[in-house]
Design a protein around this ligand. Structure first.
Ligand SMILES: [Zn+2]
Length: 173
């Protein structure tokens, strides 16, 4: 592992030289993500996200960022409100500044640069927020003996988002 990554990268420059980066980001730097984490003891403060990514062009000459990340999040179990450790490992592949037309034809999503720069922290944070379960639950369904009484609440919350059901399946299998 190299040392810490910087936040901002100039897209054209990095794509041209096929820039490849590897390093760690402190979870505590990602404030939006922090709102999804267990509020308890702040134990996530020294957690890190291991990241590798590279800048490439696709076959249509569109700049892209491809990478992977690995971390573990301390979430809050919605059944017992205790902390729940969730390892996450995922790959991402995003176009940069793709037109609406390209977006329609591609299976990939795009990010938009800020004056030609992207902020890798933002990219990673978005990926983690998408990947984190909306309703985190311990695998052991008896982690809260009073669960039956309040079972309807998280279910109702889950219905508001069509992805929640999938996310929930993912956490409980
Ligand atoms: Zn629990």
């Amino acid at each position: 592992m190299q040392d810490k990554l910087r936040r901002r990268y100039q897209v054209q420059k990095e794509v041209t030289r096929n820039g490849y980066f590897e390093g760690e980001i402190a979870l505590s730097k990602l404030e939006r993500l922090g709102q999804l984490l267990h509020p308890g003891d702040g134990g996530h403060d020294d957690r890190k996200i291991s990241v590798t990514f590279e800048f490439v062009r696709d076959e249509y000459d569109i700049p892209m960022i491809k990478g992977q990340l690995r971390t573990s999040l301390e979430l809050e179990c919605q059944r017992c409100l205790q902390s729940l450790d969730m390892p996450l490992e995922l790959e991402f592949e995003l176009m940069i500044d793709a037109s609406d037309e390209l977006l329609r034809d591609s299976s990939l999503d795009t990010i938009y640069s800020d004056d030609g720069f992207i902020d890798i922290f933002e990219v990673i944070e978005d990926e983690l927020i998408l990947a984190a379960p909306l309703v985190a639950l311990h695998e052991d369904s008896s982690c809260n003996e009073h669960w039956q009484a309040s079972a309807s609440e998280p279910e109702a919350a889950a219905k508001e988002n069509p992805f929640a059901v999938l996310q929930q399946l993912k956490t409980t299998d």
